[in-house]
Design a binder for this molecule. Structure first.
Ligand SMILES: NC(=O)c1ccc[n+]([C@@H]2O[C@H](COP(=O)([O-])OP(=O)(O)OC[C@H]3O[C@@H](n4cnc5c(N)ncnc54)[C@H](O)[C@@H]3O)[C@@H](O)[C@H]2O)c1
Length: 324
């Protein structure tokens, strides 16, 4: 990033797994305000910034218009990461969670920005907007987008709102379709397949249950690469709406992840499968993103999917936390 110390940015969801790593980088250049309701984020993720004159915390909800009005005032860029982060839908639970926490929340953020004349938004979308894509690796211009989950549908809607606000109100958007992003902070039980395995193996070291058939093949990116890609694209892409896949260029199966985690824990459990091909309703069992667009601008990932998974597992185990 260029040195722009006089700029002031807002990070919604800045106490989250990705948001807090982004804040760490942004603090090197900007005044950073974090808006977070701590629904899934943790104060320990941002405690190192507390008391720093370049840091402000607003504890509040992105659905709250008054809070958003205060938070967006005087800002140059909004990094909007606050969302219901859980793609898994459990039958019987409310069906409007993603609509409210992702789509309506993004609308409120954009509206507050427009009222306060904030022109730049960076948004965390997801690879699941493609649904079961007919083309792999899937490029950014693949369509029509046919998401298979309510979470995916809500992210498509958010992207549409950013495009509309850009066209109608002269804003600029940077939309990132993330692969699975992993790091030591995504260690909460059930949060990622890695933390899920660590949790289960700590409960019972002699057996590991794998959701699905273990053949699901997906891309994993280390959070360090994710943050680096976002900041690089923000500096080097200048369209009104800039959409990028942010992913490794390879994929790894759930079986291989199980091998890596068990190796890292020094265990040889009996593996059991729940049997069906997907882990949950709406699960995309195979995906691979085309990342040529960002590469052409001069950026590349440092870690492969396998390296990302191993590094994240090492970091999670190193924390020796019982929350996994
Ligand atoms: N982690 C991934 O693999 C992945 C993949 C694709 C997209 N994403 C997107 O990236 C973003 C960050 O994900 P993450 O993995 O860091 O999740 P996270 O749960 O760690 O972070 C989300 C943060 O937003 C906050 N938040 C949620 N709802 C809020 C609300 N209504 N008001 C204020 N704060 C609120 C939470 O407390 C948390 O700190 C999300 O938008 C998520 O959908 C993540």
């Amino acid at each position: 990033m260029n040195s722009q110390n006089n700029l002031s940015v807002l990070v919604t969801g800045g106490a989250g797994c990705i948001g807090s790593e982004l804040v760490k980088e942004l603090m090197k250049k900007f005044h950073v305000t974090v808006l977070d309701n701590f629904s899934s984020g943790k104060s320990e993720h941002i405690e190192e910034f507390m008391g720093n004159p370049s840091f402000t915390l607003i504890e509040g909800d992105v659905l709250d218009k008054d809070v958003l009005d205060t938070a967006t005032k005087g800002k140059d860029i909004v990094f909007h990461l606050a969302a219901n982060p859980d793609i898994k839908f459990i039958p019987g639970e409310r069906t409007d969670k993603d609509l409210e926490q992702n789509t309506i929340a993004t609308y409120r953020v954009l509206d507050a920005m427009q009222k306060n004349n904030v022109r730049k938004i960076v948004f965390s979308s997801s690879s699941v907007v493609y649904g079961k894509a007919g083309k792999m690796p899937t490029p950014e211009d693949y369509g029509p987008l046919k998401p298979t989950s309510l979470y995916g549908a809500s992210k498509v809607a958010c992207e549409g709102l950013i495009s509309a606000y850009s066209s109608m109100f002269g804003m600029k958007g940077w939309i990132f379709r993330f692969a699975n992003i992993v790091g030591d902070k995504s260690r909460k039980k059930g949060r990622t397949v890695i933390s899920d395995f660590i949790y289960k193996l700590r409960q019972n070291p002699s057996e590991l249950e794998i959701l699905g058939d273990g053949k699901q093949s997906k891309s994993y990116m280390l959070v360090d690469d994710c943050v680096s890609g976002i900041l690089f694209a923000l500096e080097h892409a200048h369209d009104d709406v800039n959409i990028f896949n942010l992913s490794t260029t390879d994929a790894i199966t759930v079986d291989r992840i199980a091998e890596i985690v068990t190796e890292e824990m020094g265990l040889t459990p009996e593996i059991k499968y729940t049997g069906n091909s997907g882990g949950w309703p709406g699960d995309i069992t195979r995906f691979l993103l085309d990342t040529a667009k960002l590469k052409k601008l001069g950026w590349a990932t440092r870690y492969t999917s396998e390296e990302a998974v191993r590094t994240a597992a090492e970091r999670m185990l190193d924390r020796k936390t019982q929350s996994v």
